[in-house]
Structures are given as C-alpha cells and as structure tokens.
Design a protein around this ligand. Structure first.
Ligand SMILES: C[S@@+](CC[C@H](N)C(=O)[O-])C[C@H]1O[C@@H](n2cnc3c(N)ncnc32)[C@H](O)[C@@H]1O
Length: 355
C-alpha cells in the first residue's frame, strides 16, 4: 500500500471520531441558551412537561423550545416520554445542568468553550507572530467560565482531599497561619479556605484587576469580606510573608513560573509550603493523548500558552507540562523537597518545601 492510499477502516474511525466531536461541539450554544434563559432551571422545577407547558412557564417561544428539547433528548441531556410526549430531567441531569451549587455542575465548561471560540482571531494572529495574548484581552466569558468550571472541583476536593495531604496544614491554619492564593481569579478557592479556617489570615492576589474586583464582590456577598485581603498583584509583586503560598491552576499560565516560584520561596516562612494544583498530566506528551489531554491541550493552546507568552520570559509551560517539568521549575527556584501528594483524573497537587 502506498503512503497515499486510504485505509477505509482507519478513515471510517477517524470520521466517526470527528462526528462525535462535531456533535458534542454543536450543542455548545444550546447549552449556554438553556443556562442563561433558565430553561434547565424551569425543566427541573416543572417535572414532566411538553413544549407548550414549558413555553408558558418560561415565557419563551414554543417552537424554539421544542427544537431545543429534541436536541437535549438526542444528546441524553433530557428525557423524552414518547407516550406522554413530555420531557423531563433526571436527578443527575439536574445536578449537572440546572444547579450551579451542585458539586456535579459542569455548565462552566460551556462558558469556557464559548470564550475559547471568541479568542480564535487573536490567537490565530499570535500563531503568526509568536507573541502572546494578554489574559485581560481574552473574551470576558473565559473569566467567569474558568471560575464556574473549577468551582465544583474545589468544593469537592480542596478541603476534603487535597489540603489534608499537606502535613500539619489543618492544625496550623486553625492556629492562625497565613495563606496566600496567587492567581486567585474570582477567588472561589480563596473563599473556601477563608470559610473553612476562620482563624487563618487569607489573601488573594491576581494580576487581572477585573477578576479581583469580582472576587471582592463575591466575598462581600458571602459575608467574607473582612476575612480575605484581595489585591491586584502579579506573582512577583505581592507583599508580606506567608506560611502557605498556593498556585491553583495558574503557575503554567504565568510567563515566568521560575521567577514566580522564586518570589514565593523568598516570601514563604521557612517551615511553610508552596502548594501547586495543576491539571493532571504525564511527563511524555504521548501519554496525554486521551480524553482529558485533548481538552487540556486545546484550552492550553487557546488560553494558557498565549497568556504566558504575553508576559515577561514567556516560558509557556502549557497545561500539560507534567510533574517532572513542574518540579524542575520549583527546584530551579530553590525548593529542595517537592513531591506530588495527590492526583485524580483531572488534577494533581504538588507540595514544595524549602528543606
Ligand atoms: C486559569 S485561571 C485560574 C484562576 C483561579 N486560580 C481558579 O482556579 O479559578 C489563571 C489565573 O492566573 C492569573 N495570572 C496569570 N498570570 C499571572 C501572574 N503573572 N501573576 C498573577 N496572576 C496571574 C490570571 O489572571 C488568572 O486569573
């Protein structure tokens, strides 16, 4: 067989994979419409409905709703009873689509995907110039999407399974330790920490002013404004020393992660820890060629690499750097004792200590 001959079975499998991805992508705007117009919420509250009943309850157009309901049912995101001609959501579908406070909620992913599509033009230009795209110039949907996408995972894992892997953290935080959340974005992780450890001194820093403004608003709404000190600051300019310095899904976004880690080294108490939460990845790219790897490399190409390249140094670690590379960054910054302390399908936790 010459190089140019097509293998029909390989071709069919490739086309099937493309069709699966096309079908999954086609639903993105419908998910955002369902979310923003409260259609998922109405469905969850109404129980079983036909499209007319849904239209009456939501004050939306019946014909659009009917097509949307068929699309959701085809995707397995809603259920259709063909005898009654009624649609409904199962408890699992409600948890994933209709309840932002559920630890199973995944709607933030559709915000991120939409933001990524809007970023295409700027990133396409950056491919030609090799320059970066400043995080602040990203489509604003990305900012809320990031916060919303990570929130359920932080709520589920941060206090229950990730932070307990840092030796003595709970005891020290309960006795008034100081915790800095660098690159905190909307500060959802910062709020969880402040809520869990009322005796701790908690600070949130981010280079992106509008994210810090939103973080302050959210903290006020949650009654935590007096418990968290937020400042717009990059990872090489915040003030004071801390017992814990955390980089939650942001070190790889930074242009100078070695510089940021060195700065943390110099602002960390001697017996303190730097805590990295990064997307789970293997060291060899080929070991990341799977479902999660596809998603992370895509978000990385359109968001993380352009952000890093827009900053000083522009190292562009990428969202799938892998533990060895991340630990080498920490070692270069001076940390001697670094290890992966926890790993699940989507995230890994690395602790770095001075000795
Ligand atoms: C993917 S978001 C993660 C936000 C938040 N930690 C979370 O988990 O939801 C990356 C964050 O890193 C921030 N960031 C990027 N470069 C930074 C830098 N050099 N110094 C401080 N923050 C930075 C961005 O503004 C953004 O809020």
């Amino acid at each position: 067989m010459s190089d140019r001959e097509l293998n029909p079975e390989v071709l069919k499998q490739l086309q099937l994979k493309v069709m699966q991805d096309v079908s999954a992508s086609a639903i993105i705007p419908l998910m955002r419409i369902g979310d923003q117009l409260g259609i998922f919420r109405h469905l969850s509250e109404l129980g079983e409905v036909n499209s007319e009943e849904l239209a009456n309850a939501s004050n939306l157009d019946e014909r659009y709703l009917r097509e949307w309901l068929y699309a959701m049912s085809a995707a397995g995101f809603a259920n259709y009873d063909s005898n009654k001609k009624k649609f409904s959501l199962s408890p699992e579908q409600i948890a994933v689509f209709a309840n932002d406070d559920s630890p199973a909620s995944m709607m933030g992913a559709y915000d991120m995907l939409t933001g990524a599509i809007f970023n295409e033009e700027k990133v396409k230009e950056a491919f030609k110039t090799g320059k970066g795209v400043d995080y602040k110039d990203s489509c604003p949907i990305c900012f809320q999407g990031t916060a919303r996408f990570f929130k359920p995972s932080y709520e589920k894992n941060l206090v229950k399974s990730w932070l307990p892997k840092i030796e003595n953290l709970e005891k020290r935080m309960n006795s008034g330790a100081s915790f800095a959340d660098i690159g905190c974005g909307y500060g959802l992780s910062t709020m969880i920490i402040a809520e869990t450890f009322p005796n701790a001194k908690v600070c949130g820093y981010d280079i992106h002013g509008p994210s810090i403004d939103e973080a302050k608003k959210l903290a006020k709404k949650a009654g935590l404004e007096s418990r968290i000190e937020y400042s717009t600051a990059d990872a090489k300019s915040y003030e004071g020393n801390h017992d814990y310095i955390a980089f939650f899904d942001c070190l790889h976004d930074m242009g100078d992660p070695v510089g940021a880690a060195k700065y943390a080294y110099n602002h960390l108490e001697d017996d303190g820890s730097v805590i990295l939460i990064e997307p789970t990845a293997n060291d060899n790219p080929e070991d990341n060629f799977n479902l999660f790897g596809q998603m992370y490399y895509c978000f990385s190409t359109i968001g993380c690499v352009p952000t890093s390249k827009s900053q000083e140094v522009g190292l562009a670690l990428g969202a799938q750097a892998g533990p060895s590379k991340l630990i080498s960054v920490l070692n270069e910054a001076g940390f001697k004792n670094c290890k992966v302390v926890k790993k699940n399908a989507s995230n890994m936790v690395i602790e770095a200590r001075k000795n």
